[in-house]
Design a protein around this ligand. Structure first.
Ligand code: NZQ
Ligand code: ZN
Length: 395
């Protein structure tokens, strides 16, 4: 095992940490752009508490409200303009993954020469990732994406219906202020989608990574088991702060880089899902709940022992030697049943997606990521037809 790891984001985790927002932001700047989503933080009173804390610490506030789920490029452009017009020197993202992602790209767009879409990896010959951004403080109100403590952001260009990501060191938030109490108002469906999202962040590395990663395997299994134990409790009772804290802790760890160390994995399930949420505006975690089990059934055929390990260690399936393939199938069935049990959709029809654009989704996915043979990176790499077949199996 050989690797380098650095995640420069300071993580402040715990119920009540919102009270520290003012002092935390004041250490980064004096004029904040406070970015929010479609209104949940206003309805819950979290917005007012955040503004009060900022003002008390001597931080003035400009606002960019209305970041939509699956955030759009035009919203990023709008936010960057507000930041520039108001001379903001720090960005505060108060919301779910969409708000945090949009905030990160706004922070970079303030300095970026040209069209901010050029910084997103969307199949262009020479992507131009950003090298400079305003300092960012993230305050997640939903446990799902891990965006609060990573250097990635996912944006949709509404003109071309392409949704893709940017990753750059300057996008690491300076501080992630993670207060599980803020997630207590997330409705059961979004809570379940978040659980699915965090599990899928881990299964991508676990099932697509290089061989010989026993330590990382255990971290991954621990994260998934935590989500399976506490996720249903958070769905059943949103006010269960302990369940909220465990789920949110798992969601941070699932995509802050640690669990994936040296796994060198592609993210095929995500790349495919992003085409669905780009075209149909479905919730990312709901799309993953459909794609992941379908992808697993495809991939297990070429890697049965790996999937048997997943079945055995995560779902307690008793695997006898020589029966890896059936054991793998049983594990995937149990995973899918778990997703259903917490209220996730597992068929495209539940997302009101039909079979008319399967080829288009496959082409869009390959445009974002492909190897030298034009296949989607992962284990195994997928051709356009493989992607179509996986989606067809989920209709
Ligand atoms: O917009 P508001 O009114 O805030 O409502 C949101 C939204 O409707 C609501 N919500 C959030 N916090 C709430 C709440 N409702 C009540 N109480 C609260 N405390 O939940 C809905 C969904 O919010 P959204 O931010 O879209 O969800 P999520 O956190 O799942 O983010 C999804 C986005 O992140 C991207 C996805 O592709 C998608 O665009 N991802 C970002 C990643 C990253 N940066 O590392 C990785 C992920 O794999 C993912 O691709
Ligand atoms: Zn995800």
């Amino acid at each position: 095992m050989k690797f380098e790891f650095q995640n420069p984001t300071r993580l402040v985790f715990g119920a009540g940490s919102l009270a520290r927002l003012g002092e935390t932001v004041r250490a980064q700047g004096k004029r904040a752009l406070l970015v929010t989503g479609g209104g949940s933080v206003k309805r819950t009173g979290v917005f007012d508490r955040a503004v009060a804390s900022l003002k008390e610490a001597g931080v003035s506030v400009a606002e960019c409200a209305g970041v939509e789920p699956n955030p759009r490029l035009s919203t990023v452009v709008r936010g960057a303009r507000i930041a520039r017009d108001n001379g903001c020197d720090v960005i505060v993202a108060l919301g779910g993954g969409s708000t945090m992602d949009a905030s990160k790209v706004m922070a970079a767009a303030v300095f970026y020469e040209g069209d901010p879409w050029d910084m997103i990896f969307h199949g262009q010959e020479k992507p131009r990732p950003p090298t400079r951004a305003l300092p960012i403080v993230t305050v997640p109100t939903l446990a799902a994406t891990g965006s609060e403590m990573n250097s990635g952001a996912v944006i949709t260009d509404e003109k071309t219906t392409i949704k893709s990501f940017v990753r750059a060191d300057c996008l690491y938030p300076r501080v992630a202020l993670v207060d599980p109490e803020l997630t207590m108002t997330v409705p059961p469906d979004q809570t379940a989608y978040g659980v699915c999202d965090l599990i899928t962040h881990v299964t991508e590395g676990y099932l697509n990574g290089v061989d010989g990663t026993p330590l990382q395997d255990r971290w991954a299994e621990g994260t998934i088991l935590t989500a399976i134990e506490w996720g249903p409790k958070a769905v059943a009772n949103g006010r269960d702060v302990e369940a909220r804290a465990q789920v949110q802790g798992a969601s941070v760890v699932a995509l802050n880089g640690w669990v994936q160390i040296a796994t060198n994995a592609g993210f095929p399930v995500h790349t495919i899902e992003h085409t669905l949420s780009a075209h149909h505006d479905v919730a990312h975690g709901a799309g993953l709940a459909v794609v992941n089990p379908a992808w697993m059934r495809f991939a297990a055929k070429s890697r049965p022992a790996r999937f048997a390990q997943f079945a055995e260690r995560v779902f307690g399936v008793a695997c006898r030697p020589g029966e890896e393939a059936s054991c793998a199938r049983e594990g995937i069935d149990r995973f899918e049943a778990f997703l259903r049990s917490i209220g996730c959709p597992t068929r495209l029809s539940q997302l009101e997606i039909g079979d008319d654009k399967l080829q288009q989704y496959a082409r869009d996915a390959l445009r974002i990521a492909h190897d030298q043979q034009g296949r989607l990176p992962g284990r195994p790499p997928m051709t356009e037809q493989d992607i179509v077949e996986v989606l067809r199996s989920a209709l």
